[in-house]
Design a binder for this molecule. Structure first.
Ligand SMILES: [Zn+2]
Length: 86
């Protein structure tokens, strides 16, 4: 696929929203995006990838699944050791 073809394909809709922060109002551009985890469309900042924190966590977990399992195994083993000492 050529560079121009890929540019034409990415037709994103953009909205500008006023976001109330604690002390000031900020204008932020938001793009219509599709969440890669649950597949729902949402409006988000340019850098945001997931619709919610839940989906972000899920994606993050899947990326490091083996690590997390290792940590869980490790803590389980330690717990058993601790229990055995008593
Ligand atoms: Zn999602």
């Amino acid at each position: 696929m050529s560079y121009y073809a890929s540019m034409a394909k990415e037709k994103v809709r953009i909205v500008e929203r006023e976001v109330q922060r604690t002390s000031f109002v900020r204008r932020v551009k938001q793009l219509e995006k599709r969440c890669p985890v649950c597949g729902s469309t949402f409006w988000g900042a340019k850098i945001s990838r997931y619709c919610s924190r839940a989906c972000q966590n899920k994606a993050n977990y899947e990326r490091h699944e083996e690590e997390y399992r290792q940590i869980r195994r490790e803590s389980y083993r330690r717990q058993k050791e601790e229990a055995g000492k008593r």
